[in-house]
Design a protein. Structure first.
Length: 364
């Protein structure tokens, strides 16, 4: 009987031990599961946190890049605006090149061109007053021949103009050329009608050249230029653009005296204002037996000389007997006025005087 309780006791102990072990294992299993679950939950939380941090970092990086790009764009735009403003300022400060125009058309002129007509001649009323107050010096050596009219003196008187008359007194002529007009200024017009050959030469042409340089209008009748052209008158002839040579020496034919208006005379004021339609075919034999009818001229091409009367009606380059030159400041006649009647020469001398004063008072 005693062995039964022992066995029972042992069995109870074994059951208790087994139960304890089962409880222990259950507790261990429960704790282990909870620990694993918590560890997995912690791992999941850690992974979620890490992902969030990564996302935040990426977002911050992208935002920084966007901000940097925007700032760079704004800075680039500002730099571009500043550069454009600086360039515009620099271009505005630089001198602008002149506007390009088409090159001028070059017109070939003839070798000997007529001088230009004064562009602003005085009005008729003004010119008339200026002419009547003009300071005019006259030398006309035909005073030695009382049988002849003084063509120039009579023309001046007919025009109602005042003048200082030196006649044929070369001493007076010298003083008046050197001293100027009574008004204390250069003469407006000097007329030297030299028909008595040999009286005026040498230094007188120096004085006449000075008068031209002072702006004085000059009318010169000198039919002996072929004898003195290499002397002191040569600077005047060179500036005018003519050379002279003998007319028809030892001629005894009235036909050798005849002269013709040249083509240029058709429109030139000296041959048309105030008188026109002049001819020089009716000659006198005043000088025909003197052995010299005067001088003819040829153009040199160096000045602006223009022939208006000559021996050949078609030749405008040589055999000239009347020329205008130096912008019409000088009227040069190389034939004798008294080789033609007064009624033929008066209109020409009136044209000489009128146009010489008009050119002078209009400033050339």
């Amino acid at each position: 009987m005693k062995s039964m309780p022992t066995f029972f006791y042992i069995m109870m102990r074994l059951r208790f031990i087994v139960l304890i072990m089962i409880l222990f294992l259950f507790l261990i299993s429960t704790v282990s599961c909870n620990f694993v679950a918590k560890e997995e939950e912690g791992n999941e939380n850690d992974a979620s946190l890490e992902q969030t941090q990564v996302a935040l970092s990426v977002e911050q990086t992208l935002t920084a890049q966007q901000n940097a790009g925007a700032n760079a764009t704004i800075a680039a735009q500002q730099a571009t605006i500043q550069a454009q403003a600086a360039l515009a300022t620099a271009q505005a400060q630089q001198p602008q090149p002149p506007q390009q125009t088409a090159p001028p058309v070059v017109i070939q002129e003839t070798p000997v061109a007529p001088p230009a007509q004064p562009t602003q001649p005085p009005a008729p009323g003004d010119l008339d007053q200026m002419m009547k107050s003009a300071q005019i010096l006259l030398f006309e050596d035909m005073v030695f021949d009382p049988s002849e009219y003084r063509y120039v003196q009579r023309t001046l008187d007919a025009m109602g103009l005042r003048y200082k008359d030196d006649g044929s007194a070369i001493g007076w002529l010298k003083n008046d050329l050197l001293s100027g007009s009574p008004a204390g200024k250069p003469w407006d017009l000097v007329i030297m009608a030299i028909e008595s050959r040999g009286q005026v030469s040498g230094e007188y042409f120096d004085y006449l050249s000075d008068a031209l340089n002072q702006g004085t209008a000059v009318i010169l009748e000198a039919w002996h230029l072929d004898a003195i052209s290499e002397g002191t008158i040569s600077p005047i002839l060179n500036k005018c653009g003519v050379m002279v040579y003998p007319y028809f020496p030892k001629s005894s034919s009235i036909n050798d005296v005849v002269l013709w208006p040249l083509p240029a005379a058709a429109q030139h004021p000296v041959m048309n204002q105030p008188n026109s339609g002049m001819s020089f075919t009716k000659a006198r034999d005043k000088w025909i037996y003197s052995g010299d009818l005067g001088s003819l001229m040829a153009l040199t091409g160096h000045g602006d000389a223009l022939f208006l009367i000559g021996k050949d009606a078609e030749d405008e380059y040589k055999d000239g007997a009347l020329t205008v030159c130096m912008g019409w400041q000088l009227i040069l006649q190389t034939f004798s006025s008294h080789s033609f009647p007064y009624n033929k020469m008066y209109p020409l001398w009136e044209n000489y005087i009128y146009n010489a004063l008009r050119t002078h008072f209009s400033g050339g």
